[in-house]
Design a protein around this ligand. Structure first.
Ligand code: PDD
Length: 289
C-alpha cells in the first residue's frame, strides 16, 4: 500500500513530500509539532493535542494553519489514505518560507503544515512488559521547554547518548541535580509511600498530554500523587519509575544509570497505570478534563 504525507495543502506519496530550502523550519527550527497516537483507528486525546499545538503557536506568535475542524478532517484523510489503525500522526507547523533573516517575515507569509503517519503495533511492544533502562544526561536546553518546538538538538544529543549506552531514554538533569524530563518523554517515580511523583508543569518541561491523562486516571483510581521536582538521587532510591509519552504510554523503567529500580523488574503500580492508559487509549474509559 503506498504511503502518503500531507504537505501544504496536498497529499503526496511519502517519499516525494518536500518543503522549500528556505522554510524557516529547515533554517531556524522555527516551528512546532505534535505527535498524536492512533489506537484502533481513534486519535487519542486529539482535543488536548490540538489545544497544545495552538498554545505552542501562540507562544511563538504564529497562528493555527487552518481551522481546527479542517485540520481534524485532514488528519483523518491521511489516516484513511495510509490505512492507519495503530500508530501515530505527526504534524509540524513552521513560520513558512521567506528569504533568510532571523527576524520574522511579514504576517502575510503563510505557515507551512506537514503531516505524516507511522504504523506501530502497541500490542506487542516488549518495552511495556520488560521495562527499559534510562541514563542521566545534562539538561542543556533553553528557557521555554514548555513549547513543543522542533528545535530539539539538545534532546537529540541526550537521546543519542542513551542509545550509545544501550538505554531507551535519557533523563535530563539540571545543574543542581534535579530531573526535568526525558529527551522525548516525561519522567516519573513512585516513592516509598507509593505516591506518584512527577515534576509540575512550568517552563522547564513539556506538559505531556499523556502525563495529564495519567494524573487524571490516578486521581480517579485514588492513587496519591505529588507534582514536585525530584532529584536523580531520589530516583535511584525510588520504588518504581516510568516514562510517559504519546508513543511510550506508561513504559516501566527498571534501571537508571547503573542502579536497578526496585527489584529490577517493572513495578506493579506502573503496570496498573499502563493497563488504565491502554483502556483509555482504546476508548474503554474516559478521563476528567
Ligand atoms: N515527545 N517531554 C518531551 C521533551 C517530549 O518530546 C514529549 C513527547 C513529552 C511527552 O509528551 P506527550 O505525552 O504529549 O507525548 C515530554 C513526542 C512523543 C516526540 O517528540 O516524538
Amino acid at each position: 500500500m503506498p504511503r502518503y504525507c500531507y504537505v501544504n495543502g496536498q497529499f503526496a506519496p511519502h517519499n516525494e513530500g518536500a518543503v522549500h530550502i528556505e522554510d524557516r523550519g529547515y533554517q531556524f527550527a522555527d516551528g512546532v509539532y505534535e505527535v498524536v497516537t492512533v489506537a484502533d483507528g481513534r486519535l487519542v486525546d486529539e482535543g488536548p493535542h490540538l489545544d497544545r499545538l495552538e498554545r505552542s503557536l501562540n507562544e511563538l506568535r504564529m497562528k493555527m494553519p487552518m481551522a481546527r475542524k479542517v485540520l481534524a478532517l485532514k488528519m483523518r484523510e491521511l489516516m484513511r489514505l495510509n490505512g492507519l489503525r495503530d500508530g501515530l500522526v505527526y504534524m509540524q507547523v513552521t513560520r513558512g518560507v521567506a528569504p533568510r533573516n532571523h527576524a520574522f517575515p511579514a504576517d502575510s507569509v503563510p505557515s507551512s503544515l506537514v503531516m505524516t503517519t507511522k504504523k506501530m503495533n502497541f500490542a506487542t511492544m516488549k518495552k511495556f512488559t520488560d521495562g527499559v533502562s534510562v541514563i542521566s544526561t545534562p539538561d542543556m536546553r533553553w528557557a521555554r521547554c514548555d513549547i513543543k518546538t522542533t528545535s530539539l538538538l539538545p534532546n537529540c544529543l541526550g537521546k543519542q547518548a542513551a542509545v550509545e549506552a544501550g538505554a531507551y531514554e535519557g533523563w535530563m538533569i539540571t545543574e543542581d541535580g534535579m530531573v526535568t524530563e526525558g529527551t522525548s518523554s516525561n519522567a516519573w517515580i513512585i516513592n516509598k509511600d507509593g505516591a506518584l511523583v512527577t515534576r509540575p508543569p512550568g517552563n522547564e518541561i513539556l506538559n505531556g498530554i499523556t502525563r495529564q491523562t495519567i494524573l487524571a486516571l490516578a486521581a480517579e483510581e485514588g492513587i496519591p500523587f505529588e507534582e514536585r521536582a525530584f532529584s536523580l538521587e531520589e530516583a535511584y532510591e525510588a520504588r518504581e519509575a516510568f516514562v510517559s509519552s504519546a508513543t511510550s504510554f506508561v513504559t516501566p523503567v527498571v534501571k537508571i544509570d547503573d542502579k536497578a529500580i526496585g527489584n529490577g523488574k517493572p513495578g506493579s503500580l506502573s503496570e496498573r497505570l499502563l493497563g488504565y492508559y491502554k483502556e483509555y487509549a482504546a476508548g474503554l474509559r474516559t478521563r476528567a478534563a
